[in-house]
Design a protein around this ligand. Sequence first.
Ligand code: PLP
Length: 366
Amino acid sequence: MSDRIYLDNNATTQPHDEVVQAMLPLLSQAYANPSSVHQFGQAIRHRVECARQQVANLLGAAPREIIFTSGGTESINLAIRGTLALRPTKRHVVTSAVEHSATKRLCERLAREGYRIDEIGADQDGRLNLDQFADCICDETALVSLIWANNETGVLADVDPVAALTTERGVPLHLDAVQAIGKVPIDVTQLPVQLLSLSGHKFHGPKGAGALYVRRGTRLRPGIIGGRQERDLRGGTENTPGIVGLGVAAELALARLAEGSKSVGELRDRLERGICRVVPETVVIGGSSPRLDNTANIAFPGLQAEAILMLLSENNICASAGSACSSGSLEPSHVLQAMGIDPRIAHGAVRFSLSEMSCQKRHTKV
Ligand code: PLP
Protein backbone atom coordinates (compact mmCIF):
# COMPACT_ATOMS: atom_id res chain seq x y z
CA MET A 1 0.00 0.00 0.00
CA SER A 2 3.07 2.28 -0.10
CA ASP A 3 1.86 4.04 -3.26
CA ARG A 4 -1.44 5.09 -1.68
CA ILE A 5 -2.25 8.75 -2.24
CA TYR A 6 -4.11 9.87 0.84
CA LEU A 7 -6.15 13.02 0.23
CA ASP A 8 -8.74 12.55 2.97
CA ASN A 9 -7.12 14.40 5.85
CA ASN A 10 -10.29 16.23 6.86
CA ALA A 11 -11.74 12.80 7.65
CA THR A 12 -8.69 11.83 9.66
CA THR A 13 -4.92 12.26 9.61
CA GLN A 14 -1.99 9.91 10.00
CA PRO A 15 -0.56 10.25 13.52
CA HIS A 16 2.95 11.68 13.67
CA ASP A 17 5.63 9.11 14.58
CA GLU A 18 6.43 11.20 17.67
CA VAL A 19 2.78 10.86 18.75
CA VAL A 20 2.82 7.08 18.40
CA GLN A 21 6.17 6.78 20.18
CA ALA A 22 4.91 8.90 23.08
CA MET A 23 1.75 6.79 23.38
CA LEU A 24 3.35 3.34 23.30
CA PRO A 25 4.69 3.23 26.89
CA LEU A 26 1.26 4.25 28.18
CA LEU A 27 -0.24 1.25 26.42
CA SER A 28 2.21 -1.10 28.13
CA GLN A 29 4.42 -0.44 31.17
CA ALA A 30 3.10 3.02 32.09
CA TYR A 31 -0.41 1.79 32.77
CA ALA A 32 -1.20 3.27 36.20
CA ASN A 33 -4.37 5.22 36.89
CA PRO A 34 -3.53 8.94 37.17
CA SER A 35 -5.97 9.21 40.09
CA SER A 36 -4.03 6.69 42.19
CA VAL A 37 -2.07 8.27 45.02
CA HIS A 38 0.99 6.00 44.73
CA GLN A 39 4.07 7.26 42.95
CA PHE A 40 3.34 5.16 39.87
CA GLY A 41 -0.09 6.80 39.50
CA GLN A 42 1.31 10.25 40.16
CA ALA A 43 3.96 9.79 37.48
CA ILE A 44 1.14 9.20 35.00
CA ARG A 45 -0.77 12.18 36.42
CA HIS A 46 2.30 14.24 35.61
CA ARG A 47 2.17 13.03 31.97
CA VAL A 48 -1.53 13.96 31.74
CA GLU A 49 -0.86 17.43 33.14
CA CYS A 50 2.05 17.95 30.71
CA ALA A 51 -0.35 17.11 27.88
CA ARG A 52 -2.86 19.61 29.28
CA GLN A 53 -0.15 22.26 29.21
CA GLN A 54 0.77 21.34 25.61
CA VAL A 55 -2.86 21.66 24.45
CA ALA A 56 -3.25 24.91 26.40
CA ASN A 57 -0.13 26.32 24.72
CA LEU A 58 -1.60 25.65 21.28
CA LEU A 59 -4.59 27.86 22.16
CA GLY A 60 -2.91 30.47 24.34
CA ALA A 61 -5.04 29.12 27.21
CA ALA A 62 -4.32 28.20 30.82
CA PRO A 63 -4.04 24.44 31.54
CA ARG A 64 -7.04 24.63 33.91
CA GLU A 65 -9.17 25.70 30.97
CA ILE A 66 -8.60 22.41 29.10
CA ILE A 67 -11.02 19.50 29.67
CA PHE A 68 -10.05 16.23 28.01
CA THR A 69 -12.82 14.39 26.15
CA SER A 70 -13.11 11.58 23.62
CA GLY A 71 -13.01 13.97 20.63
CA GLY A 72 -14.86 16.64 18.70
CA THR A 73 -18.37 15.22 18.95
CA GLU A 74 -18.22 14.84 22.72
CA SER A 75 -16.68 18.30 23.19
CA ILE A 76 -19.43 19.87 21.10
CA ASN A 77 -22.12 18.03 23.07
CA LEU A 78 -20.56 19.00 26.40
CA ALA A 79 -20.23 22.63 25.33
CA ILE A 80 -23.78 23.00 24.06
CA ARG A 81 -25.70 20.79 26.50
CA GLY A 82 -23.54 21.92 29.41
CA THR A 83 -24.31 25.58 28.71
CA LEU A 84 -28.03 25.12 28.07
CA ALA A 85 -28.49 23.11 31.27
CA LEU A 86 -27.37 26.10 33.34
CA ARG A 87 -29.51 28.64 31.47
CA PRO A 88 -32.92 26.96 31.74
CA THR A 89 -34.94 30.11 31.08
CA LYS A 90 -33.19 30.76 27.78
CA ARG A 91 -34.45 28.44 25.05
CA HIS A 92 -32.83 29.88 21.93
CA VAL A 93 -29.63 28.77 20.16
CA VAL A 94 -28.00 30.50 17.20
CA THR A 95 -25.88 28.40 14.88
CA SER A 96 -25.22 28.13 11.14
CA ALA A 97 -26.60 26.07 8.27
CA VAL A 98 -23.13 24.71 7.46
CA GLU A 99 -22.27 23.01 10.76
CA HIS A 100 -20.71 19.58 11.03
CA SER A 101 -23.32 16.88 11.62
CA ALA A 102 -22.22 16.63 15.28
CA THR A 103 -23.68 20.09 15.92
CA LYS A 104 -26.46 19.81 13.35
CA ARG A 105 -27.84 16.58 14.80
CA LEU A 106 -27.66 17.91 18.35
CA CYS A 107 -29.53 21.07 17.34
CA GLU A 108 -32.20 18.98 15.62
CA ARG A 109 -32.64 17.08 18.88
CA LEU A 110 -32.79 20.32 20.85
CA ALA A 111 -35.50 21.59 18.50
CA ARG A 112 -37.52 18.45 19.28
CA GLU A 113 -37.05 19.26 22.97
CA GLY A 114 -38.61 22.68 22.43
CA TYR A 115 -35.59 24.91 21.81
CA ARG A 116 -35.79 27.53 19.09
CA ILE A 117 -32.82 27.09 16.75
CA ASP A 118 -31.82 29.82 14.31
CA GLU A 119 -29.43 28.80 11.53
CA ILE A 120 -27.43 31.56 9.88
CA GLY A 121 -27.30 31.09 6.12
CA ALA A 122 -24.27 31.01 3.85
CA ASP A 123 -23.79 32.32 0.33
CA GLN A 124 -22.56 30.31 -2.69
CA ASP A 125 -18.96 30.88 -1.57
CA GLY A 126 -19.72 29.48 1.89
CA ARG A 127 -19.47 32.89 3.57
CA LEU A 128 -21.84 33.36 6.50
CA ASN A 129 -24.29 36.22 6.58
CA LEU A 130 -22.90 38.03 9.61
CA ASP A 131 -25.69 40.62 9.67
CA GLN A 132 -28.09 37.77 10.38
CA PHE A 133 -26.18 37.03 13.60
CA ALA A 134 -26.82 40.49 14.92
CA ASP A 135 -30.52 40.21 14.05
CA CYS A 136 -30.97 36.76 15.60
CA ILE A 137 -29.35 37.23 18.99
CA CYS A 138 -31.97 38.23 21.55
CA ASP A 139 -32.63 38.10 25.31
CA GLU A 140 -33.70 34.47 24.94
CA THR A 141 -30.41 33.39 23.35
CA ALA A 142 -28.57 30.91 25.55
CA LEU A 143 -25.63 30.24 23.23
CA VAL A 144 -24.11 30.88 19.82
CA SER A 145 -22.33 27.84 18.35
CA LEU A 146 -20.38 28.15 15.14
CA ILE A 147 -18.05 26.04 13.02
CA TRP A 148 -14.75 27.87 12.47
CA ALA A 149 -13.37 25.98 9.46
CA ASN A 150 -15.81 24.01 7.38
CA ASN A 151 -14.91 20.33 7.06
CA GLU A 152 -16.30 20.05 3.52
CA THR A 153 -15.18 23.27 1.86
CA GLY A 154 -12.47 24.51 4.21
CA VAL A 155 -14.14 27.93 4.20
CA LEU A 156 -13.25 29.90 7.32
CA ALA A 157 -15.87 31.76 9.34
CA ASP A 158 -14.95 35.31 10.22
CA VAL A 159 -14.96 34.60 13.94
CA ASP A 160 -13.64 37.95 15.21
CA PRO A 161 -16.80 40.00 14.52
CA VAL A 162 -18.97 37.15 15.83
CA ALA A 163 -16.98 37.02 19.07
CA ALA A 164 -17.15 40.81 19.37
CA LEU A 165 -20.92 40.68 18.92
CA THR A 166 -21.54 37.86 21.41
CA THR A 167 -19.34 39.63 23.94
CA GLU A 168 -21.29 42.85 23.47
CA ARG A 169 -24.61 41.00 23.89
CA GLY A 170 -23.38 38.89 26.83
CA VAL A 171 -24.06 35.55 25.08
CA PRO A 172 -21.58 32.66 25.41
CA LEU A 173 -19.88 31.61 22.17
CA HIS A 174 -18.81 28.06 21.32
CA LEU A 175 -16.56 27.46 18.33
CA ASP A 176 -16.19 24.09 16.65
CA ALA A 177 -12.50 24.43 15.88
CA VAL A 178 -12.01 20.75 15.00
CA GLN A 179 -10.80 21.51 11.47
CA ALA A 180 -9.16 24.83 12.32
CA ILE A 181 -6.77 23.42 14.92
CA GLY A 182 -3.20 23.14 13.69
CA LYS A 183 -4.14 24.89 10.43
CA VAL A 184 -4.89 28.41 11.61
CA PRO A 185 -3.29 30.17 14.57
CA ILE A 186 -5.63 30.33 17.56
CA ASP A 187 -5.11 32.62 20.51
CA VAL A 188 -7.90 32.76 23.06
CA THR A 189 -6.26 35.75 24.76
CA GLN A 190 -7.18 37.74 21.65
CA LEU A 191 -10.45 36.03 20.74
CA PRO A 192 -13.24 36.35 23.33
CA VAL A 193 -14.67 32.84 22.93
CA GLN A 194 -15.99 30.94 25.96
CA LEU A 195 -15.87 27.37 24.61
CA LEU A 196 -13.86 25.75 21.84
CA SER A 197 -13.86 22.13 20.67
CA LEU A 198 -10.94 20.20 19.21
CA SER A 199 -10.11 16.64 18.24
CA GLY A 200 -6.73 14.90 18.14
CA HIS A 201 -7.17 12.81 15.02
CA LYS A 202 -7.66 15.86 12.81
CA PHE A 203 -4.14 17.15 13.46
CA HIS A 204 -1.97 14.02 13.43
CA GLY A 205 -2.91 12.92 16.93
CA PRO A 206 -4.84 9.85 18.06
CA LYS A 207 -8.52 9.09 17.57
CA GLY A 208 -10.73 9.06 20.65
CA ALA A 209 -8.88 11.96 22.27
CA GLY A 210 -10.00 15.57 22.15
CA ALA A 211 -10.55 18.54 24.37
CA LEU A 212 -12.93 21.33 25.22
CA TYR A 213 -11.49 24.72 26.06
CA VAL A 214 -13.61 26.31 28.79
CA ARG A 215 -12.69 29.92 29.47
CA ARG A 216 -12.14 30.64 33.14
CA GLY A 217 -15.42 31.78 34.71
CA THR A 218 -17.62 30.04 32.10
CA ARG A 219 -20.37 28.04 33.78
CA LEU A 220 -20.91 24.55 32.44
CA ARG A 221 -22.87 21.57 33.73
CA PRO A 222 -21.15 18.17 33.57
CA GLY A 223 -22.06 16.05 30.56
CA ILE A 224 -23.79 12.68 30.75
CA ILE A 225 -20.49 11.14 31.83
CA GLY A 226 -20.56 12.10 35.49
CA GLY A 227 -17.59 11.43 37.76
CA ARG A 228 -14.75 13.14 39.54
CA GLN A 229 -12.27 13.51 36.70
CA GLU A 230 -11.64 16.62 34.61
CA ARG A 231 -12.86 19.09 37.25
CA ASP A 232 -16.07 17.05 37.60
CA LEU A 233 -17.03 17.95 34.03
CA ARG A 234 -16.15 14.65 32.37
CA GLY A 235 -15.93 11.51 34.47
CA GLY A 236 -14.18 8.24 33.75
CA THR A 237 -10.59 7.11 34.04
CA GLU A 238 -8.56 9.19 31.65
CA ASN A 239 -7.55 7.81 28.25
CA THR A 240 -3.91 8.31 29.16
CA PRO A 241 -2.32 7.11 25.88
CA GLY A 242 -4.75 9.26 23.90
CA ILE A 243 -4.23 12.31 26.09
CA VAL A 244 -0.44 12.03 25.92
CA GLY A 245 -0.62 11.59 22.13
CA LEU A 246 -2.93 14.59 21.87
CA GLY A 247 -0.45 16.68 23.84
CA VAL A 248 2.45 15.75 21.55
CA ALA A 249 0.32 16.45 18.46
CA ALA A 250 -0.54 19.87 19.92
CA GLU A 251 3.12 20.67 20.56
CA LEU A 252 4.09 19.67 17.02
CA ALA A 253 1.17 21.64 15.54
CA LEU A 254 2.25 24.76 17.43
CA ALA A 255 5.84 24.41 16.24
CA ARG A 256 4.73 23.94 12.63
CA LEU A 257 2.34 26.89 12.77
CA ALA A 258 5.23 29.00 14.02
CA GLU A 259 7.34 27.87 11.05
CA GLY A 260 4.54 29.16 8.80
CA SER A 261 5.06 26.65 5.99
CA LYS A 262 3.20 27.51 2.78
CA SER A 263 3.81 24.18 1.08
CA VAL A 264 0.39 22.58 1.76
CA GLY A 265 -1.38 25.53 0.17
CA GLU A 266 0.96 25.47 -2.81
CA LEU A 267 0.37 21.76 -3.35
CA ARG A 268 -3.42 22.18 -3.00
CA ASP A 269 -3.36 25.03 -5.54
CA ARG A 270 -1.35 22.87 -7.94
CA LEU A 271 -3.84 20.05 -7.55
CA GLU A 272 -6.75 22.39 -8.25
CA ARG A 273 -5.04 23.96 -11.26
CA GLY A 274 -4.13 20.54 -12.63
CA ILE A 275 -7.65 19.13 -12.31
CA CYS A 276 -9.29 22.28 -13.70
CA ARG A 277 -6.92 22.22 -16.68
CA VAL A 278 -7.70 18.61 -17.51
CA VAL A 279 -11.45 18.84 -16.81
CA PRO A 280 -12.38 22.39 -17.80
CA GLU A 281 -15.95 22.42 -16.47
CA THR A 282 -14.93 21.81 -12.89
CA VAL A 283 -15.99 24.19 -10.14
CA VAL A 284 -13.88 24.84 -7.04
CA ILE A 285 -16.46 25.25 -4.30
CA GLY A 286 -15.55 27.97 -1.82
CA GLY A 287 -12.49 28.77 -3.93
CA SER A 288 -12.89 32.53 -3.70
CA SER A 289 -13.37 32.62 0.08
CA PRO A 290 -10.76 32.64 2.84
CA ARG A 291 -10.30 28.92 3.45
CA LEU A 292 -8.02 26.26 4.87
CA ASP A 293 -5.01 25.78 2.66
CA ASN A 294 -5.31 21.98 2.77
CA THR A 295 -8.85 21.65 1.37
CA ALA A 296 -10.05 21.51 -2.23
CA ASN A 297 -13.73 20.84 -2.85
CA ILE A 298 -13.92 20.25 -6.58
CA ALA A 299 -17.21 19.59 -8.35
CA PHE A 300 -17.53 17.76 -11.64
CA PRO A 301 -20.93 18.92 -12.91
CA GLY A 302 -23.23 16.18 -14.18
CA LEU A 303 -21.18 13.37 -12.59
CA GLN A 304 -21.82 11.45 -9.37
CA ALA A 305 -19.17 11.92 -6.69
CA GLU A 306 -19.61 8.29 -5.57
CA ALA A 307 -18.59 7.02 -9.02
CA ILE A 308 -15.54 9.30 -9.08
CA LEU A 309 -14.55 8.16 -5.61
CA MET A 310 -14.77 4.51 -6.63
CA LEU A 311 -12.54 5.11 -9.64
CA LEU A 312 -10.08 7.06 -7.51
CA SER A 313 -10.12 4.29 -4.93
CA GLU A 314 -9.32 1.69 -7.63
CA ASN A 315 -6.28 3.83 -8.38
CA ASN A 316 -5.33 3.92 -4.71
CA ILE A 317 -6.35 7.55 -4.24
CA CYS A 318 -8.36 8.31 -1.09
CA ALA A 319 -10.77 11.25 -1.17
CA SER A 320 -14.32 11.93 0.07
CA ALA A 321 -17.66 13.23 -1.07
CA GLY A 322 -18.79 15.85 1.39
CA SER A 323 -18.10 14.76 4.94
CA ALA A 324 -17.11 11.16 5.57
CA CYS A 325 -20.06 10.90 7.95
CA SER A 326 -22.55 11.56 5.13
CA SER A 327 -20.97 9.22 2.60
CA GLY A 328 -23.21 6.32 1.69
CA SER A 329 -26.08 8.74 1.09
CA LEU A 330 -26.85 9.97 -2.42
CA GLU A 331 -28.19 13.29 -1.16
CA PRO A 332 -25.80 16.18 -1.70
CA SER A 333 -24.40 17.28 1.63
CA HIS A 334 -26.45 19.71 3.74
CA VAL A 335 -23.51 22.12 3.56
CA LEU A 336 -23.58 22.40 -0.24
CA GLN A 337 -27.37 22.56 -0.16
CA ALA A 338 -27.25 25.40 2.37
CA MET A 339 -24.80 27.24 0.10
CA GLY A 340 -27.37 27.02 -2.68
CA ILE A 341 -25.07 25.04 -4.97
CA ASP A 342 -26.94 23.72 -8.02
CA PRO A 343 -27.68 19.99 -7.36
CA ARG A 344 -26.11 19.07 -10.74
CA ILE A 345 -22.85 20.53 -9.42
CA ALA A 346 -23.24 19.43 -5.78
CA HIS A 347 -23.77 15.76 -6.74
CA GLY A 348 -20.35 15.74 -8.36
CA ALA A 349 -18.46 17.42 -5.53
CA VAL A 350 -15.34 15.62 -4.33
CA ARG A 351 -13.31 16.77 -1.35
CA PHE A 352 -9.54 16.42 -1.56
CA SER A 353 -7.92 17.26 1.75
CA LEU A 354 -4.15 17.37 2.11
CA SER A 355 -1.80 17.60 5.05
CA GLU A 356 1.85 18.38 5.57
CA MET A 357 2.47 14.67 5.04
CA SER A 358 1.13 15.00 1.47
CA CYS A 359 4.11 17.28 0.80
CA GLN A 360 6.61 14.77 2.12
CA LYS A 361 5.65 12.00 -0.28
CA ARG A 362 7.02 12.00 -3.79
CA HIS A 363 4.03 10.07 -5.15
CA THR A 364 1.69 13.05 -4.55
CA LYS A 365 3.00 14.52 -7.83
CA VAL A 366 0.02 15.69 -9.88
N1 PLP B 1 -16.51 19.07 13.84
C1 PLP B 1 -15.91 19.07 12.64
C2 PLP B 1 -15.79 20.35 11.88
C3 PLP B 1 -15.42 17.88 12.10
O1 PLP B 1 -14.83 17.88 10.90
C4 PLP B 1 -15.56 16.68 12.86
C5 PLP B 1 -15.11 15.40 12.29
O2 PLP B 1 -15.19 15.17 11.09
C6 PLP B 1 -16.17 16.75 14.12
C7 PLP B 1 -16.63 17.96 14.57
C8 PLP B 1 -16.31 15.52 14.98
O3 PLP B 1 -15.06 15.19 15.54
P1 PLP B 1 -14.76 13.70 16.09
O4 PLP B 1 -14.58 12.82 14.91
O5 PLP B 1 -13.50 13.83 16.89
O6 PLP B 1 -15.92 13.33 16.96
